[in-house]
Ligand binder design. Structure first.
Ligand SMILES: [Zn+2]
Length: 145
């Protein structure tokens, strides 16, 4: 039981650690108004950057696989919600503002549309994948090409 509580605390600490600079960055950019980000754009950016940080931390060995999957699943859901909110807010005439982030968005959206985002763990798989490369879950059977 003590171990379980310890794991939960570490997970919470890792989450806070990851989100803290991102949240600070959000406030900073909103205050400075440097890119004239809308609230939904800022939210989308924060979610996507957090998602990317989780991937980096996992690759760097700072997160174990269980934490990684859990965080990634949560952040993916958040990023997608933010994407939809942003899209709704700007209507159909929106233009990409940040190539890096937009590329990430395109990747996630393409994954979602085609079923390459794993329903089991939230991992975004390469286009054409039939099984999740993170957990092995079978992906939606979509025609490829
Ligand atoms: Zn998976």
């Amino acid at each position: 039981m003590t171990l379980y509580v310890g794991v939960a605390l570490v997970t919470a600490a890792v989450l806070l650690f990851i989100l803290q600079p991102v949240v600070k960055g959000l406030h900073a950019s909103l205050e400075r108004d440097e890119d004239e980000l809308t609230e939904t754009e800022a939210r989308k950016r924060v979610a996507l950057l957090a998602l990317r940080d989780v991937e980096y931390d996992f690759l760097a060995g700072k997160l174990d696989e269980e934490d990684y999957r859990s965080l990634k699943g949560q952040l993916t859901a958040e990023a997608l919600a933010a994407l939809e909110a942003d899209e709704a807010a700007r209507g159909q005439g929106g233009r990409p503002a940040d190539g890096d982030i937009e590329a990430e968005i395109v990747r996630i959206r393409a994954g979602l549309k085609t079923g390459f985002v794993c329903a089991g763990c939230g991992f975004t798989n390469e286009e054409g994948s039939r099984f999740c490369s993170s957990c092995g879950h079978a992906l939606a059977d979509q025609a490829v090409g």
